[in-house]
Design a protein around this ligand. Sequence first.
Ligand code: THU
Length: 136
Amino acid sequence: MDKLVEKAWHVALKARENAHAPYSHFKVGAALKLKGMDEIIPGCNVENASFGATVCAERTAIQCSVANHGKTDFEFIVVVTDTDPATQPCALCLQVMSEFAHPDMPVYLANLKGVQSSITFKELLPNPFNHFEPNE
Ligand code: THU
């Protein structure tokens, strides 16, 4: 396993411990590696009594990365749950990811034992919603 991916798995595992999941009891950790930056951004799911206001681990990491570093290209993301086989990101997270992820970006699916598999972003979401041209 690539040393950087292993490091990111540890970051995601630690973030997962902070998950606020009193309703589903399904804790998720994420770690986002940005291109050209050493820092690995952690994320965890943060549930809410309203249910609908719950934010997934992947989106927490994505939003932190934008808040801290602005718009950057993503190198890869690791997602950790306690399932076997490892769980893949939900469609909402993939749509949010599509703003910043190259189609070939690896998504590493991991559990408490380690990274179990890798899949490209485009395999998970081949056709993101993309009606508007970004105009910054
Ligand atoms: N969850 C994530 O954090 N990431 C996903 O990609 C799917 C689901 C969280 C949301 C909720 O807190 C719990 O898992 C159960 O759905």
